[in-house]
Design a protein around this ligand. Sequence first.
Ligand code: ADP
Ligand code: ASP
Ligand code: MG
Length: 417
Amino acid sequence: MSLYVMKFGGSSVGDIERMKRVAKRIADKQDEGHRCVVVVSAMGDTTDDLIDQAKQLSSQLPAREMDMLMTTGEQISIALLSIALNGIGRDAVSYTGWQAGFRTDETHGRARINEIVPGRVLEALEKNKIVIVAGFQGMTNGGEITTLGRGGSDTTAVALAAAIKADVCEIYTDVDGVYSTDPRIVKNARKLTEISYDEMLELANLGAAVLHPRAVEYAKRYQVKLVVRSSFNYNEGTVVKEEASMEQGVAVSGIAYDKNVARISISGVADVPGVLARVFNKLANVGINVDIIVQSGVQNGEADFSFTVSLDEMERAKEVIRQIREELPYREVTSEDNLVKISIVGAGMVSHPGVAAQMFDVISSLGVSIKMVSTSEIKVSCVVESGKLTEIIQALHTAYGLDTDQQVFVGGPQERR
Ligand code: ADP
Ligand code: ASP
Ligand code: MG
């Protein structure tokens, strides 16, 4: 008998029929003799719909109230799934994130888990119940409701699996596993049998929505056995683990993209020591994360530089730059938002010279100019205009020998995210 954490994402519980199918799948797991803790997301596009409703009411979205609103989606799912399971004769109980013991810090909208006190979950398991926990939510020590960031139900599942020492954490989604790139974009994407925590972490951080980056961090830190598979079929999924043997020897194992990127450029800044520190300290002080930074050549004692932030922080970042104009004179601040960051990832990159050059060749052969580049030992990222995203990813996929003939399974509708 093993202890499973099974996580079902939004499209897996997108309507009542799918909810019933998920209940059956959990019952089957119990019939195989296993104990089950289930983490579930809001149904379908519920979270997006709730955000849309809030936007129709106000241009100001107070972070505390948004968390209060968004957590309702998961609360509906856990209750319905528990009702479905009880309806087929199973003893199931649902808990919100806070009932399941998720204590977080106070950062509404992207809270971090400080501690999990899973007493109630363990007690219910002792009584042979199926335990259903709401994903993506927690509570501060002061009793305020928080969320873990979009896509955060994966993190709930993996962190809970670590806290209750589950044997396996299965992430059920609308594709068969982790692919060499988004299978919705490249129809001959390759399903990976295994992937290392480090490569998966890079792909997730660089935009591969299939796993929330913090979920992978937890899995690596607590050595959780993590499997990504489809809730629409019984195909074997992808195992995320410390060392992945299959893909060793290849330069590039995956390609990710992130549309949530904006570029801010500041021109004509006095080139004196400490300029960059001052700008980026100001941004950090108001909680704006900066990703790629590029400084171009100095002319007549003036420098130009640009950096990327997430799209939703673009206006706020520009406002911060405007506020420091007195103490740090510059000529102009501008921004661009029709961009995408495309990244190639592979642990084998270090031992294959020319991998980055090949990426630049492929992109420029499509007549697209590269605006920014950033590299690490296992990834190269390029920021480009978003118009030819699909063509670029397809061309890179072919160029790095990742294409396969096997048919890709994509189960649910396209998510709006
Ligand atoms: P869920 O609602 O189950 O959490 P998500 O939409 O968050 O599902 O994540 C699954 C989606 O991730 C897939 O439908 C796919 O379009 C996207 N995706 C992006 N990159 C990859 C990748 N490398 N492998 C698999 N899926 C990917
Ligand atoms: N429902 C939340 C979201 O849409 C959390 C999740 O699905 O993981 O972001
Ligand atoms: Mg997700």
